[in-house]
Ligand binder design. Structure first.
Ligand SMILES: [Mg+2]
Length: 330
């Protein structure tokens, strides 16, 4: 029997939104998939850029959805930011925090003092996603940075998916300050290295894998951390994002959802000018990419996509028509 992807890994890190849940609901099949992955003996660890809610609150949300989860099964960008700041900024330093109460509480627990007033001359500014941020707090952050405070951010996601569409994320709040101070903050969350480096150190993972739904945070972050990755199609990114991913930003594996960890990897092999994956073949026909295979099934379309992606990455071929045939994939 061919080995499953999970068999080669001791810890599986999972992004939350778009992999485990979609806002208030679990991704279909995710509860059962996570339970089966745990049953293989691999450790399951949830890793989220969202700094607004505490690990306790996120763990409760996961349990409400049917997942087995405690605060020790989670790493948030707020935890990473405060723990790493505590290693580089002296204890008792004054932080101007623009995030939610969760971030303020974590800063206090780590021995920092906090303020919301630049006139208190904070040593550092720490921004975290705050959906109720008052505009004057952005003014204070900008003034503090101009006066020499070191500028940090938990993450820099430009937007957040919601059930009503995209809304501005912390990256948008950072852009408001950044356009004023003409600087960039130090960022901890994915795709920046500190988050996944922390995750590896924190868990002692020897052979980790990262499962995510976004190229620009999850897959890039895993690649920067030197970790293999599985891109799933239950969230933000789809077939077009995969084909457009630059060299260095591409996943090791693709799957319909996280249960792909429990199956052998999709392998694509080149034969002459064509790429094969399962029963699927992608090839160049007069300079244009074409696909054939069991396109009536979702799994067959994923095979065809993986063959097509490998062809396009190798040749830069036009794949517009081939992608249109993969109509079960978003
Ligand atoms: Mg996500």
């Amino acid at each position: 029997m061919t080995a499953r992807i999970i068999d080669a890994h001791d810890v599986a890190f999972f992004d939350l939104d778009g992999v485990i849940y979609l806002g208030p609901v679990a991704v279909p099949g995710a509860v059962d998939g996570i339970a089966r992955i745990r049953a293989t003996g691999a450790r399951v660890m949830y890793v989220t850029n969202n700094a607004a809610r505490s690990a306790d609150a996120v763990a409760q949300h996961l349990r409400d959805l049917g997942f087995e989860a405690g605060p020790d099964d989670l790493i948030t960008s707020a935890q990473v930011a405060v723990e790493l700041l505590a290693e580089s900024v002296p204890e008792g330093s004054l932080l101007l925090v623009t995030g939610t109460q969760n971030l303020v509480d974590l800063a206090h627990a780590a021995g920092f003092r906090t303020t919301t007033n630049a006139d208190d001359l904070p040593d550092a500014v720490l921004q975290g996603y705050n959906p109720l941020i008052p505009w004057p707090l952005l003014d204070e952050a900008a003034i503090a940075v101009q006066r020499g405070a070191t500028w940090y951010a938990t993450n820099d996601d430009l937007n957040r998916p919601t059930d009503r569409g995209l809304v501005p994320g912390l990256g948008a709040q950072l852009a408001v300050v950044g356009s004023t101070v003409r600087q960039q903050p130090v960022v901890f969350g994915k795709p920046h290295a500190p988050m996944l480096d922390y995750a590896v150190t924190h868990t002692g993972a020897q052979r980790p894998i990262f499962v995510g739904d976004r190229i620009d945070t999850d897959i890039m972050g895993a690649n920067r951390a030197g970790m293999p990755s599985l891109l799933v199609f239950t969230g933000a990114h789809g077939k077009r994002d995969l084909l457009e991913a630059a060299a260095g930003d591409r996943p090791s594996f693709i799957g319909a959802d996280l249960s792909a960890l429990l199956a052998p990897p999709r392998a694509a092999a080149q034969q002459g000018h064509s790429w094969h994956c399962g029963d699927a073949v992608a090839e160049l026909v007069e300079g244009v990419a074409s696909v054939q295979g069991q396109l009536s099934t979702h799994s067959g379309q994923l095979d065809a996509l993986w063959a097509l992606a490998n062809l396009v990455w190798a040749t830069d071929a036009d794949a517009t028509d081939a992608l249109a045939r993969l109509d079960q994939l978003h």
